[in-house]
Design a binder for this molecule. Structure first.
Ligand code: B12
Ligand code: SF4
Ligand code: SF4
Length: 378
């Protein structure tokens, strides 16, 4: 390649080209950060304080591999730069600033990111495609001081390793960290997921953007379980997303009414956020809802046999809960559903069928139904 005729005169040109390729692959945006950036060291103390408060619940993996969080270069030998990407996932714009999910208590609410194909797979396969495009271009970039002599090294991640994903995306300006602890920005709100591509090219860092939460605290006030204990401080163990997806076994009674009809994850703190008026619809078909998961009744889900659960959740994030915890969540939803003898009959039909944990949730749900049917008896 004749250097004089190259369209790449600086590393910024390379970054711009990578950004365009990322967008052509369905990523909304990307940014660049050195694996030696000081943020990795800076983030570890707040993480330890968070763990000291017991906010992680059963998320044991949050205790592991802290040295790799501080030294991401050890995660991928030869990596120099992290490309942080974000991908929008909404397939339908929700009503701005309102949590209408709760208006239909007999319907099951599944978090919007989880209604289609598992994003981890979508992200990682597209990040790999991005890496291969970059690798093909390396001969064109030899005149820039960004490539080492060694072979090109890359590795994609999305929620799959001890990486400070949100702080990295914050540092490269993909958004600011909201008081609900998620990343958001003025052009796209927060309904997007994050991923990273580690590469061995050396590219200059991008810069963070300023925060625009101001005096707003809508996310804190709307949270059904008061899991956002202070701005930027989430007690994961109290978050409905944690309780319905990550937590194994019985769910504390104190949370059950607040969980309402949310059977997998929770979007309330995002739905109420004013910046989500600007949330974008995803161009990625993988997020399209499967098996009517955007509009399905609690009773319809309650009928799923284990074999159906395994079939319907193939390649879906819903697999993560496992069948019995999924039924546990639906039982809570049915307890919170409108009073009906049909609901009680359906709840009873699974008593004694699975395990004591599920039975206890079914008994709770039946009792809740009775309170609503016969308020004077309680
Ligand atoms: C563990 C985890 C959870 C836990 C805990 C969430 C949490 N906020 O910590 C649970 C299961 C509850 C959860 C829920 C959800 N999650 Co989650 N989760 C993660 C995971 C694996 C790690 C997050 C983490 O490190 N938490 C530990 C704490 C210590 O980190 P932190 O909240 O960022 O805390 C820092 C801040 O508080 C900061 N801080 C303290 N004071 C201040 C002050 C200021 C001014 C600032 C700026 C910062 C700041 O310092 C702390 C230390 O770093 C990441 C993926 C990853 N590998 O990073 C996804 C991730 C954060 N989750 C994601 C999503 C989509 C969700 C849900 C929306 C899913 C849903 N719809 O149900 C909910 C949202 C709940 C919420 N309000 O956060 C996305 C977020 C995308 C985005 N736009 O930001 C991520 C990045 C996954 C991904 N690859 O896309 N999640
Ligand atoms: S996801 Fe739901 S429960 Fe968790 S912090 Fe947000 S509003 Fe609260
Ligand atoms: S609801 Fe308000 S405080 Fe919460 S993230 Fe959005 S702008 Fe920030």
């Amino acid at each position: 390649m004749d250097v004089l005729f190259s369209r790449f005169t600086t590393a910024q040109d390379v970054k711009q080209w990578i950004k365009e390729q990322a967008q052509s692959l369905g990523f909304a945006d990307c940014g660049f950060l050195s694996v030696h950036h000081p943020l990795f060291q800076q983030q570890i103390e707040p993480l330890k304080r968070w763990l000291d408060k017991g906010y992680e619940g059963q998320l044991q993996f949050m205790h592991n591999h802290h040295h790799l969080r501080v030294h991401p270069e050890q995660l991928v030998a030869g990596a120099k730069t992290i490309i942080s990407v974000r991908m929008d996932y909404l397939t339908q714009a929700p009503t701005p600033r309102s949590v209408t999910d709760n208006d239909r208590p007999n319907h099951a609410i599944i978090a919007r990111y989880a209604r289609g194909r598992d994003y981890h797979k979508t992200m990682r396969s597209r990040l790999k495609q991005l890496a291969l495009k970059i690798e093909n271009m390396i001969p064109e970039w030899q005149h820039l001081d960004i490539c080492s002599e060694a072979d090109f090294v890359f590795r994609p991640f999305s929620d799959s390793a001890p990486i400070f994903e949100r702080p990295i995306a914050d540092a490269v300006g993909l958004g600011w960290t909201g008081k609900h602890t998620l990343l958001l920005n003025k052009q796209a709100g927060s309904f997007f997921v994050l991923g990273e591509l580690f590469i061995s090219l050396e590219l200059p860092d991008d810069e963070p953007i300023s925060s625009h939460c101001g005096s707003c605290r809508a996310c804190i006030d709307i949270c059904p379980t008061q899991a956002i204990v202070a701005p930027y401080e989430l007690n994961a163990a109290a978050c409905i997303s944690y309780l319905t997806i990550e937590h194994k076994g019985p769910i504390d009674i104190k949370y059950r009414r607040a969980i309402g009809n949310r059977v997998f994850g929770c979007d309330d703190c995002q739905l109420i956020c004013p910046w989500n008026r600007y949330a974008n619809i995803t161009p990625v078909a993988d997020f399209s809802p499967r098996h009517q998961l955007d509009d399905i009744s609690l009773l319809a889900l309650w009928q799923w046999q284990e074999s159906e659960f395994m079939t319907y959740t193939q390649g879906s994030p819903l697999r993560r809960t496992g069948y019995l915890n999924f039924l546990r969540n639906i039982a809570i939803g049915l307890g919170n559903a409108n009073a009906s003898l049909e609901v009680i009959t359906q709840l009873k039909s699974k008593l004694g069928v699975h395990d004591a944990m599920l039975d206890e949730h079914i008994h709770w749900a039946i009792a809740e139904q009775h309170i609503k049917l016969n308020p004077l008896d309680s």
